[in-house]
Design a binder for this molecule. Sequence first.
Ligand code: ATP
Ligand code: MG
Length: 299
Amino acid sequence: MSATATALPVAARVDGDIIIDVEGVTLSFGGLTCLSEVSLNQRRGEMLSVIGPNGAGKTSLFNCLTGVYRPQRGSVVFHSARGHSSPIVADGGNTKPHHVNRLGIARTFQTTRLFNALTTFENVKVGVESRQHTGPVGAMLRLPRTRREEHDGDARVVQLLEFVGLSARANELAGSLPFGDRRRLEIARALGTQPELLLLDEPAAGTNPAEKLDLGRLIRRVNETGVSVLLIEHDMSMVMALAERIIVLNFGRVIAAGTPSEVQHDQAVIEAYLGTSHKAVGPGERPRGQSAAPSTGEG
Ligand SMILES: Nc1ncnc2c1ncn2[C@@H]1O[C@H](COP(=O)(O)OP(=O)(O)OP(=O)(O)O)[C@@H](O)[C@H]1O
Ligand SMILES: [Mg+2]
């Protein structure tokens, strides 16, 4: 299953009802190649994980999937449940991030990006309102439709806060929340945009073991509601417990792909990332040399 430059891991691409299809994505900055011929796809409803050492290109890949970065080569196509296929990356251009979000892809960031001066409730409302139709004129005139949208939006925020377990903190400032709650709030805000596909970039970074367990359960529940989840995470206990399939990146290339068990026993993955001491992963365990703090490479 391990790969060479000429033999791409077969399991990086699977058959079935595909939600996102990534083909030959190559991304460089100056002379530095961050992603090299990356091809993978994800089934609708699948919990797929992308792992690899610091600097492997994981966040850069998310940036390509969300229109933040424009790769020099390759394509990314999103297939919505409504039967529309939309090129996010294609020859000649890429879709802008806010449009990617409207298509049905939401993300969280490696370092949380909340509005710290707004409350928990207001942060989620920002996500929910991005899906609403009221323009500035409608808002000024307080049209019936505007009032109805506002009422429905507030009800949706209440539901989402309950879903992520933050109802009791609805009126607290986001900036004052403990780390685990900040992570859950980011997920709630992303869900507010009604995504079909949710990209999570190290959702457990900076959290304690109890918070990690809670986050793992939350991510599973999100997936059970029918949202496809693409998860970047260094916490191997979380990845191995949640992921149906894992793609491994190293130096911008896919070096392996398969089930958690296949990937854990892949020699190339052990050498590049997991380490020879890696047998069974314990709670909160990170591969050797991986920093626990959120690291560089933000999108
Ligand atoms: N905007 C940019 N300009 C220049 N280099 C960049 C840029 N974005 C990413 N890189 C480089 O691309 C490489 C991959 O970075 P990336 O952040 O994608 O890694 P990562 O796998 O997410 O790592 P980590 O696990 O530390 O978050 C790194 O060498 C990084 O410095
Ligand atoms: Mg990263």
